[in-house]
Design a protein around this ligand. Structure first.
Ligand code: PLP
Length: 377
């Protein structure tokens, strides 16, 4: 369930307060005209919540991936391995720095197949981007093992599983670097926005400086007189976004708790009949999407029709498959890679994803699940 569903007076009040405190929308400077630094607070609250040593707020999840790739040393011509069930943003970020995206198939967890990952490593491979798709963690132990063996960096794309855990560690804090998205369709939102997490001080320093034109933000120097050592760019988050983000962050536990209640009701019914998406052991999912497989096309169409008619809708599968499966990205990937992920496309085509919404109550999900069960009989 996306955070936009529960935007209310709290976010509104935070914005009004920002105006009352001086109306400074910029994250830095203007020290005499402001009472608070909200982007900095949002970063501090985020790293405390998700147990990372460092956090850097940026303009989007896509920007976060690009900056993080540069920070872990990915250069023009390097290969970066990611997965066929994904969002186009990950591929765009890799291409934008002149690196080469290499795409694995996914297994029935709908995340990176670690068997396929091993097959695709070459001398040029520099990093792996596992994506915790639709609320479920990737097999991080296995991916870590492989990365260690071949000396590869790991960037966790955690844009779709904020608040999820693997072996009691928050997603995004396990690899060398992790990213979250706070765009308007995500678990928590500030309209547009992203966050980079890391426990590595060097990676943090690079991200901090690169996203802000190279400013080192030396506390002893005034902003305009500040020192610099690298060429950067502008991917800064505004105070407007950060005040909303701070409120949304406080709501994450509530969101996950409410998701879970609804998710478990569907699961109780549909597991009797269906093969469900595989959930890796020791993981805490965020329960925002319920996914099951129906191989029979006729029945599948009937179920999708029911979901649309009853206004539950579907999430990405099947409605937005073309934005989430690399099989369709012939504008960005060579033919050979497209053909390799046909397997992923076949698996995704047999999947149905039910979005969990807080605007619908538990009874409505029970009724829905029972109606789906009837179709399958
Ligand atoms: C949303 C998303 C992104 C990009 O985030 P934006 O904030 O929209 O730029 C990247 N990767 C995945 C898997 C996503 O779902």
């Amino acid at each position: 369930m996306p955070g936009w569903e529960i935007i209310n007076d709290e976010e509104k009040k935070a914005l009004v307060n920002l105006f009352n405190e001086g109306g400074i929308f910029f994250a830095h400077g203007f020290d005499n005209f402001r009472k608070k630094y909200h982007v900095r607070e949002f970063e501090t609250n985020s790293r405390n919540k998700f147990k990372s040593k460092f956090a850097v707020a940026v303009t989007s999840g896509t920007a976060a991936i690009k900056i993080a790739l540069k920070a872990i040393g990915v250069k023009r011509g390097d290969e970066v391995i990611t997965q066929g069930f994904n969002f186009i943003a990950t591929i765009e970020a890799i291409l934008d720095i002149g690196a080469i995206p290499i795409i694995t198939n996914v297994d029935k967890s709908l995340n990176m197949s670690t068997i396929d990952l091993k097959k695709l490593i070459t001398k040029k491979t520099k990093a792996i981007i596992p994506v915790h798709m639709l609320g479920v963690p990737a097999e991080m132990d296995e991916i870590n093992k492989i990365a260690k063996k071949y000396k590869l960096r790991i960037l966790e794309d955690n844009c779709e599983a904020v608040g999820g855990m693997y072996k009691n560690k928050y997603l995004g804090s396990i690899g060398d670097v992790g990213v979250a998205s706070y765009d308007f369709s995500k678990t928590i939102t500030c309209g547009e926005g992203g966050m980079i997490f890391t426990n590595n001080k060097k990676i943090f320093k690079y991200c901090k400086e690169y996203h802000d034109h190279g400013h080192e933000n030396n506390p002893k120097l005034k902003r305009g007189e500040d020192s610099r050592s690298i060429v950067g760019f502008n991917y800064r988050m505004t105070e407007l976004q950060a005040v909303v983000g701070k409120v949304q962050l406080k709501k994450i536990d509530f969101i996950l708790k409410e998701n879970k209640k609804r998710y478990l009701e569907i699961e109780k019914v549909l597991k009797k009949k269906y093969e469900l998406r595989r959930i890796p052991k020791n993981s805490k999912i965020i329960y925002d999407t319920f996914i099951f497989f129906e191989k029979n096309k006729l029945k599948r169409n009937q179920i999708v029709k029911l979901l649309n008619k009853t206004k539950f809708g579907t999430k990405n599968l099947p409605d937005a498959i073309k934005w989430h499966c690399a099989y369709y990205w012939d504008h960005a990937l060579p033919k050979q890679q497209i053909n390799r992920v046909k397997k992923t496309n076949d698996l995704l085509k047999a999947s149905i994803a039910i979005p969990i919404s807080l605007k619908k109550n538990i009874k409505q999900y029970q009724d829905l699940a029972n109606k789906i069960l009837k179709i399958s009989k």
